[in-house]
Design a binder for this molecule. Sequence first.
Ligand SMILES: *Cc1c(COP(=O)(O)O)cnc(C)c1O
Length: 297
Amino acid sequence: MQTFDFFSPIEELHAPLYQEKGVRVYIKRDDLIHPYISGNKWRKLKYPLQSAQSKNKTLLVTFGGAWSNHLLATACAGAKFNFQTYGFVRGEEINNPVLALCKVFGMQLHFVDRESYKNKKVLFDQYFKDRPEAFFIDEGGYGLKAAQGCAEIIQELTEPFDHIFCACGTGTTFAGLIQGAAAQSLSPDINIHGVPVLKGGAFIWDEISELGATRSPYTHLHTDYHFGGYAKTKPELINYVKKFTRRTGILIEPTYTGKLCYAVEDLIAQDYFTSGSKIIILHTGGLTGFLGMFDKF
Ligand SMILES: *Cc1c(COP(=O)(O)O)cnc(C)c1O
């Protein structure tokens, strides 16, 4: 499959706090990979799409909530790489900017109640068992091949870092970073940090072990930055998103990257890192999520 490879740039961020604590902070701009096949969603789709194509599958079937960055990424990638797309959307039928974009890119949407939505394989079988052209992609792109795509982020680090941070939804990106770090030698001691955006984020340890990534003294989850749960916010978080964006010119949003950047800032302030540490934050994109939160700003 003809795909696109975009080497996302790394920028250094500056703030008086970083100087005071003697740390250097960078951000890898996966948000610049593509406006809609954004960030880690492209990383996660790359190998599944190649696999779909090699199996002569022409229809991508996937799952997501009404504001899902993954649904939109799949819709757009389908249009770009010549697949039809079908999305099961959790909850009653509605329209919003993200779903409208999915439709523009040609995705057929099928709203299902929350109960039926729970078992993705059952839904897939129910509607696509007799459709050999259909290819299953799990919610959020979760999967082994998806993690493989995320592992490539580590290979793109052109200088050594002591810490890399990502936001965690399904944990696939975190798992990929862990696998990528295990396989390369530039930063053999790099610490991999995940910031779960859901409550009770310790479940991510189980998810990543399903994906073949192992927990070690170099892997860390910071489970206290969910701000009440998935897509929940607090004024403190909203203020931080504004402050960061204003300071850097780099847009973040409250659902994923806002919580991530807040966590890094808070850990720096708490002297979590030794002086001299080099920290890199992975900007996983997903900026259309902002559209669902505009009334908070
Ligand atoms: C989907 C998403 C994540 C979560 O990635 P996982 O691999 O599911 O943990 C993080 N950031 C953004 C912006 C996302 O859209």
